[in-house]
Design a protein around this ligand. Sequence first.
Ligand code: 4AD
Ligand code: MG
Length: 466
Amino acid sequence: MQRTLVKDAHNATAPSDAILLQGWVRTRRDAKAFSFIELNDGSCLKGMQVIVDASLPDYAQVAKANTGASVEVHGKLVESKGAGQKWEVVATKFTVLGEADATYPLQKKGHTLEFLREIAHLRPRSNLFGAVFRVRSRLAYAVHQFFQNKQFHYVHTPIITASDAEGAGDMFRVTTFDVANPPRTEDGKHVDDAKDFFGKKAFLTVSGQLEGEIFAHALSSIYTFGPTFRAENSNTSRHAAEFWMIEPEVAFCDIHGNMDLAEEFVKYLIRDAKEHCAADLEFFSKFVDKDLLARLDFVLEKPFVRCSYTEAIEILEKSGKTWEHPVAWGANLQAEHERYLTEEHFKCPTTVYNYPRAIKAFYMRANDGCAPGRETVAAMDLLVPGIGEIIGGSQREERLEKLREGMALHHLDEKAYWWYLDLRRYGSVPHSGFGLGFERMLMFVTGVGNIRDVIPFARTPGTADF
Ligand code: 4AD
Ligand code: MG
């Protein structure tokens, strides 16, 4: 007999004489003549109420059906007399497949998120994490839908790379050397990287952008969606050492088209979650962040604010606030500044663009006609309330000489980027792209406040369990 998912059982339009459910016991309540079991199979937030009559030959099994046990229920789907559900299942055959005893950590009472992180192998069975990971799965699908509908091509950029896409260091080394005793060059002074697996130093990628640019110069509009790695030692609620990033790259597109695409993309994902994960979002708004649904609606209604970096600095200077990190033209915006702009000043998602050239990556396009000492690049960061930056991107420098100038400014070796420079030698075009941090987007959509709780297995400084 074919299994029915609890989600489909809830959506049934007619009773059924024979259905099969399989899942895990969330709660059990024994009355004199029968037991109530709430069965959850992860297909949706709401479990199915199963009634096992004491007259059933299998009734002895029920004593073993503790919270956490896996069970199989053959039964009838009938209209529920109880409040809170349309359907319930009256068991005709009830089997415990795998028992769970009283040491099962997810008993009914609520647990702290910190505790649940320590049992990341069991936390997907809780209401909160079931909901988070259903939304994560749905939005991963929506990412592909959004770009595929627009005729973007999906490119698998490498995870192991020899180039530093952001030119900023902070990369994890990939090596097969015996770390305690690597081969040395002839003079014995240096590690001989030529003898390493790839014949040179290799790393885990921080971004697929540069390889994405290669493909945008052939397929016009592309996107990547994969894991990226940063060895920055930032122990915050928004940074992970391994996170997933979506990076579209579009030929024949400038910074304005790039900002339009970013806004459309973020709104699409929110709309998709509202449409396909309504029950899970309602759960978050009840138990995680009571303003969540109103905030998501608000974000969908209004155009995002766009504000140049120079305007942003003026706003921050005039705010009358005292900042931990001083505000001055040329300094990078810190989390406190970003959050002030989007949460207090504009009270709206805000795209800040045209940042000082010196603080942004080498590949960003130099703006023409800047005042001396006020050189900017066509960079853009999308800031959202509660989180700050969720997107970073730019128009890319398509002019060979200007790109070389940018590389010199950032002390990068042209030889290492020869193929990247070639894109400007052969058929160069104006092009733009951005990166959306998938986990930050999930934090925004679910209201969950810590990045560790929207990724199945968090990798952060000092933590790589499971
Ligand atoms: O701003 P970032 O560093 O931009 C890039 O990597 C560009 N190459 C993207 C591009 O233009 N194609 O990172 C992009 C986004 C950030 O806005 C943030 O959402 C997320 O990636 N991000 C992180 N998320 C979690 N943990 C970290 N350590 C992150 N670092 C960046
Ligand atoms: Mg950034």
